[in-house]
Design a protein around this ligand. Structure first.
Ligand code: EPU
Length: 345
């Protein structure tokens, strides 16, 4: 018997980490391979609006989704190849990301340690190319298995075809086309640990570790994230709501003359720089700001928070005003990182 469950008028408030109320006209829950095949034959898969829902940790529901909402509860992990220098591991879309990171570390595989404690599922990781503390997941993605709605085929996209960029990929650029089913990771046995990102070295020192292993770096990252970022289990949020904007190096240099404290980072394109959106938002006075139940976290100014009963529309309205004030003061456009449903940015 297949385990495809179809729920009509499904409430989504407990299915998004911003804890925003919304209703899915039709929610399809897929529990195994047979259910996936059954779903792929479903009418809603051939066209029309689609939302693939993982943990809902990178999502702002500014309105009800139209059409089909799909949840893939596929949770297998398989080692496809293992050698002295590393392994090729396939994880299905519904595996919890942090659980997967710990699974890899327990298997003495490195690479994902800086990405510990990021909310969400494995299937979402390549979509926005999750990143933290100097690592992006795309570096370790060998292949993504995804259903292509435009051809009706299950496809295997190699690393190059995924088009990874800062918080971006082909899957994010065409969210209604792709459904990520599984991800294959090529993970080294030993690699050069990245401990130079602000805070990691200090945290390792505070832990009394002078020759860190990957598991120590993960522990340091967990301590930093726990301290710096609000926990979605305690207060509704979707992690960084804004991306760090990339601008011409000349503009970054001019802004640094005016604002010497503004953190500026290198970008993939050498003619560009990444600016700290958090710093600019804080400079505009938004950190800890609250209007009704919509707010900006007092812990980290990139994080939009729901103190209880804010609607998605209220959160979006606040986020737009934050962006407008940054644009007015710094002349820089900041853009949201989560997918917005029911409105355009
Ligand atoms: N800062 C402020 N105010 C704040 C927070 C930070 O001024 O409230 C300034 C500080 O100068 C700080 C600098 O911003 O040194 C950088 O802060 P942080 O290390 O927290 O990094 P970020 O650029 O703000 C990015 C990611 C986070 C990721 C951290 C750590 C984006 C949009 N965000 O934040 O990712 O955890 O680096 O690597 O790139 C996420 O994507 O959801 C996320 C949380």
């Amino acid at each position: 018997m297949s385990s495809l469950r179809l729920l009509e008028h499904a409430p989504l408030v407990a299915r998004n980490t911003l804890r925003v109320p919304a209703t899915a006209p039709l929610l399809a829950q897929v529990r195994d391979r047979a259910a996936l095949e059954e779903l792929l034959g479903h009418a809603g898969m051939r066209g029309g609006p689609l939302l693939v829902l993982g943990e809902g940790s990178n999502l702002l529901l500014a309105g009800d989704p139209q059409g089909l909402v799909v949840q893939l509860d596929l949770r297998g992990i398989d080692v496809l190849h293992e050698g002295d220098d590393g392994a090729l591991v396939r994880a299905e879309a519904g595996v919890g990301w942090n659980d997967f990171v710990h699974w890899t570390l327990g298997r003495r595989l490195e690479g994902l340690e800086n990405l510990a404690l990021i909310p969400g599922h494995v299937g979402a990781a390549p979509v926005q190319n999750i990143g933290a503390y100097g690592t992006e997941v795309g570096e370790f993605v060998a292949t993504v298995e995804a259903f292509d709605r435009s051809s009706g085929q299950l496809c295997r996209l190699d690393h190059a075809a995924c088009g990874f960029a800062y918080r971006d990929s082909v899957f994010k650029r065409e969210p209604e086309r792709w459904i990520v089913v599984a991800v294959e990771f090529r993970l080294p046995r030993h690699h050069t640990l990245r401990t130079d990102y602000a805070g990691i070295g200090e945290e390792l020192a505070a832990m009394g570790i002078d020759r860190p292993r990957a598991a120590h770096v993960a522990e340091a990252v967990i301590r930093l994230r726990t301290r710096k970022l609000p926990d979605p289990a305690q207060i509704g949020n979707a992690g960084s709501f804004f991306k760090n904007p990339q601008v011409d190096a000349a503009l970054a240099a001019a802004l640094r003359v005016q604002y010497p404290q503004l953190p500026v980072y290198p970008a993939a394109d050498p003619a560009q720089r990444k600016l700290s959106a958090a710093w600019m938002i804080e400079a505009c006075g938004w950190k800890g700001h609250r209007e009704g139940d919509a707010g900006i976290s007092a812990q980290h100014s990139l994080v939009l928070v729901n103190h209880g009963h804010a609607t998605g529309a209220q959160l979006l309205e606040l986020a737009r005003r934050v962006a407008a004030s940054v644009r007015d003061r710094f002349g820089v456009a900041i853009e949201p990182e989560p997918r917005i449903i029911g409105a355009t940015w």
